[in-house]
Write a protein that binds this ligand. Structure first.
Ligand code: FE
Length: 201
């Protein structure tokens, strides 16, 4: 056997199972691999945290939109064209100087795909799901996020019925930025609550 001989059994068990299922379904003519690729491509490149960043940037610059987002996030977000699977029922939770919001799905991996794309691996991992509710401050510290002691942490447990989008506080020193400039500061993690927006250069 040559040194570069390559086996599929290097896949992790989950990936191997997915590949086996895709192969069987394709052979039976039940799915079209090109269609699967198109869906994955959509969620990897077109639907992603840039969408959520646009929502946050608009909320930072448009008080009427921010108010709408607070009252009816599903409709306010849909008005920007971000709709679809796993985004049917949204709630926006706004950070304040007194309260930092953190989102988790303790049961599985519910996540607002329409505004954040596919969830990061750690979001789906049992340690995050279990510990975010028990020791949110400790979990945030592991993400490198040390909040002021006076800022409380509110944890939101996502469900299949309701997904949350964190609206972080607008960073100081961003008065001169337009919506596009602001959106570039909004990270995925800042909309989950495990991070803060970037600071302006
Ligand atoms: Fe879930």
């Amino acid at each position: 056997m040559s040194a570069d001989h390559h086996h599929d059994n290097e896949l992790d068990p989950f990936a191997a199972r997915v590949r086996a299922l895709e192969t069987i379904l394709t052979r039976k003519g039940l799915i079209d691999p090109a269609a699967i690729d198109a869906i994955v491509e959509t969620y990897e490149t077109k639907v992603g945290p840039r969408n959520g960043a646009q929502v946050v940037a608009k909320a930072w610059t448009d008080a009427a939109f921010a108010d709408w987002l607070k009252r009816d996030a599903t409709a306010a977000i849909a008005s920007l064209g971000y709709t679809g699977r796993q985004g049917e029922h949204m709630q926006a939770v706004f950070n304040t100087p007194d309260t930092h919001n953190l989102v988790v799905c303790t049961l599985c991996s519910c996540y607002p795909w329409s505004v954040l794309g596919l969830p990061p691996v750690w979001y789906k991992a049992p340690p995050y799901r279990a510990r975010a509710v028990i020791d949110p401050r400790g979990v945030l510290a592991e993400f490198g996020l040390e909040l002021p002691a006076r800022q409380g942490i509110r944890v939101w447990d996502s469900t299949a019925e309701l997904r949350y989008l964190v609206v972080p506080l607008r960073p100081e020193g961003t008065e001169g930025l337009d919506e596009a400039g602001l959106a570039a500061l909004v990270t995925r993690d800042s909309m989950i609550g495990t991070g803060l927006p970037r600071l302006p250069a």
